[in-house]
Design a protein around this ligand. Structure first.
Ligand code: ZN
Length: 179
């Protein structure tokens, strides 16, 4: 789903029951993310307004990630992919600016300021509670995807100057989405 589609602005519904539909959706989303070489994808981006996102930062060699489980630092690669259901993200106070793109905004990147570290609680596909802390690219990806689940897009977090510079491109995306 490309910018201009209303579902991208729709807050995702909580997932009450992890059934075959949700399992199939998660597996479709992983496939779509890998095909597009993305590091994350939210359900809204495949047309479903649900609290479900997938993340995999293992191929992003040039942009390191850090992850902690129960306070112990772990190798993020060994935890990928993450399938997060009903995630809640607590933002750390320290901020960091970095480059972001989004599969719903082809060919657009921007510098976005976000929390340098986050604490995440969610459910996995088995319904188990997962809890971790993340920083670096993983921390950024989780915040970007969690925004999607709430109908928030990265253009909302750009500086007004950056957004103004992209106005022409954004207009074209919206026009294309209506074709
Ligand atoms: Zn995105």
């Amino acid at each position: 789903m490309i910018y201009g589609e209303p579902v991208l602005r729709t807050k995702g519904k909580q997932i009450e029951k992890i059934d075959d539909d949700i399992r199939a959706l998660a597996s479709d989303m992983l496939e779509t993310m890998y095909e597009a070489s993305g590091v994350g994808l939210a359900a809204q981006q495949v047309g479903r307004a649900l609290q479900l996102t997938v993340v995999d930062v293992s191929d992003a060699e040039s942009r390191p990630s850090r992850m902690w489980l129960a306070g112990e630092e772990v190798d993020p690669k060994e935890q990928m992919p993450l399938i997060l259901i009903n995630p809640e993200v607590q933002l750390g106070e320290e901020l960091e600016t970095g480059t972001e793109g989004c599969l719903s905004f082809p060919e657009i990147t921007a510098e976005i300021t976000r929390a340098a570290k986050v604490k995440v609680t969610a459910q996995d596909l088995q319904g188990n509670r997962v809890e971790f802390e993340a920083a670096g690219l993983l921390g950024r990806a989780v915040q970007h995807e969690s925004d999607h689940l709430n109908g928030i897009l990265f253009i909302d977090r750009m500086t007004s100057a950056a957004k103004a510079a992209l106005a022409g491109k954004l207009k074209r995306l919206v026009a294309d989405s209506k074709k």
